[in-house]
Design a protein around this ligand. Structure first.
Ligand SMILES: Nc1nc2c(ncn2[C@@H]2O[C@H](COP(=O)(O)OP(=O)(O)OP(=O)(O)O)[C@@H](O)[C@H]2O)c(=O)[nH]1
Ligand SMILES: [Mg+2]
Length: 517
């Protein structure tokens, strides 16, 4: 279907007023259909909440505009890039863009190797209120004489890369080159975990949270504070602030300890919302009937505000528009940290993937109105820490990590794949003699500036040998030890036409957008 749409490039009528009339007519017609459909739903069920309808209309109008401009002018692909913190999102996007602008290292991207992509350039992004992905600064850090990894980024950002593509076949010969825009949207994976809040009220959320916290020692301080709070008393802001701060403190310690269910996500990554009332709440034990202006009622109100002013807009304005998605996973980092971290990662993946099976969540189903992400790539990042002989095993582990979630998920219509990649290769391979046997190592520059060869350990052929003990709660790996080493980015001198070195970035891009080029 994507191919058909892309082949169709109608020419503009020469009469400009006729042309704009056509655009307006087609837009209004489709908008009319959306409105009619919404009213039919109200009549039939009588339960459609107004804000849902508004969300659907916003999404409807957006997608009408997108498809109108897509069909008549230039197709737009919205590529979502997500992953938990430090998964490798910023490095991935920076290298992806650099390698699409200079395509010498992208042989597995068909449209690059057959010359269909004639040019790639950055253009102003369509969303005026989303911060721009700071490509130039990030690339500057990676390409400087003393390269460093880009700084951590903690919010959503966007970048538009436009490609001039010469379509193949007869149609291509007639129509000449056309422009395809790729809007890359970078957002924290932690935000997807908030989806679970949408179908819960404050009392249920509080109960569940207290149940979860019961056996966690890092929650002791918050639990004592919550137990001592008078939920029926009139709200006093310092009390609310004290509870929220203790709760946020618990969340951040829980995450340090490797727990993944650390929602609400913005408590850990508050960005510009830090200190605002939508982030100044915490769960409270249930009460019989809390009066107006009481601590309980205000906490409840702020929880609802968090859902409607923070979570809902993210899913409505950003998530719902994504066509293709890459989920980056630092699987090697988790394996190195031990079985608990691997089990935790498996849970987090399952929760994250929940966002891609909207059938389970009525809020999301309403917002998406049947639209689905068409392709999802699960990529194990930083594969340059491993000799290529082991890449297949890392991919196997990645597949196993998301397998259960994938099997349960209803990805109807979405094409999924797993891969091991390195967005920026910082090492070279080397086989060394060690106590009479050969060891397949990688060599790179450490953060200290020293060069070192590194053997990370042998990943098992069968992923169950890692995931089994992880699920059984093992404290450490029995038959192996896995290491990760922090390599600095390699100092690069790039040939004209070449982007930064990588592993399988071209294959990843071919999977994600190759069919639309
Ligand atoms: N060797 C190697 N290390 C990588 C690669 N990609 C990322 N890293 C390492 O992983 C760290 C995190 O990468 P980022 O791209 O900043 O990760 P992120 O997901 O944007 O992180 P946050 O913005 O903090 O959420 C980097 O500082 C590097 O140390 C890679 O391709 N190869
Ligand atoms: Mg980042």
């Amino acid at each position: 279907m994507g191919c058909l749409r892309q082949e169709y490039t109608p020419t503009k009528p020469t009469n400009p007023s006729l042309y704009s009339q056509m655009r307006r007519k087609s837009f209004l017609k489709t908008l009319g259909k959306i409105l009619l459909k919404d009213f039919a739903t109200i009549k039939g069920a009588g339960v459609l909440v107004f804000s849902d309808m508004a969300d659907r209309m916003v999404r409807g109008v957006d997608s009408v505009q997108a498809s109108v401009s897509g069909a008549l002018f230039e197709p737009v692909i919205r590529l979502g890039v997500t992953g938990l913190s430090r998964a490798g999102k910023t490095v991935f996007i920076t290298s992806l863009v650099a390698n699409l602008i200079d395509r010498g290292r992208m042989p597995q991207l068909l449209a690059a190797s057959n010359g269909a992509i004639q040019a790639a350039y950055l253009r102003p992004q369509p969303d005026d209120t989303v911060p721009r992905f700071d490509y130039e600064t990030h690339l500057g850090s990676l390409l400087s004489a003393k390269p460093v990894w880009p700084a951590s980024t903690r919010a959503i950002s966007e970048l538009r890369l436009s490609l001039r593509v010469q379509p193949s076949g007869i149609l291509g010969a007639v129509s000449g080159p056309r422009t395809v825009h790729i809007d890359i949207v970078d957002y924290p994976g932690e935000w997807l975990l908030d989806l679970a809040l949408m179908d819960k009220n404050y009392a249920d959320w509080s109960n569940e949270t207290f149940r979860r916290l019961e056996n966690r020692e890092m929650a002791a301080e918050f639990l004592a504070l919550a137990a001592g709070a008078d939920a029926m008393a009139k709200l006093e802001e310092p009390v609310a602030q004290g509870l929220a701060a203790a709760f946020a403190g618990y969340l951040s310690e829980a995450r340090e300890a490797g727990y993944s269910d650390c929602t609400p996500g913005r408590f850990l990554l508050p960005g510009e919302l830090a200190g605002s009332p939508v982030l100044t709440f915490a769960p409270l034990p249930a009460v019989a009937k809390a009066g107006r202006g009481s601590l309980y009622r205000e906490m409840e109100r702020r929880f609802e505000a968090y859902k409607s002013k923070v979570v809902r807009p993210f899913f409505r304005d950003h998530f719902s528009k994504i066509d293709r998605q890459v989920v980056l996973v630092d699987a090697l980092g988790a394996i190195h940290a031990g079985p608990k971290a691997v089990e935790d990662l498996r849970h987090a993946m399952s929760d994250i993937l929940g966002a891609f099976r909207p059938g389970r969540n009525s809020f999301l189903s309403r917002i998406l109105r049947g639209k689905r992400v068409e392709k999802i790539l699960f990529a194990a990042t930083k594969a340059d820490h491993l000799h290529h002989r082991q890449h297949g095993r890392l991919t196997g582990i990645m597949e196993a990590l998301v397998k259960e979630a994938r099997a349960r998920a209803d990805f109807r219509g979405a094409d999924t794949a797993a891969m091991s990649i390195a967005a920026l290769r910082a090492t070279v391979e080397e086989t060394i003699d060690h106590e009479g046997s050969k060891l397949d190592c990688v060599r790179g520059t450490l953060m200290s500036g020293k060069r070192a060869a590194f053997y990370p350990g042998e990943l098992p052929d069968d992923p169950a040998r890692l995931l089994g003990p992880a699920r059984d709660g093992a404290e450490k790996w029995l038959d192996a030890d896995y290491q990760v080493m922090s390599f600095a980015p390699a100092a690069l001198t790039l040939k004209p036409g070449d982007g930064p070195p990588h592993i399988r970035l071209d294959k990843a891009v071919q999977f994600l957008i190759g069919d639309r080029l």
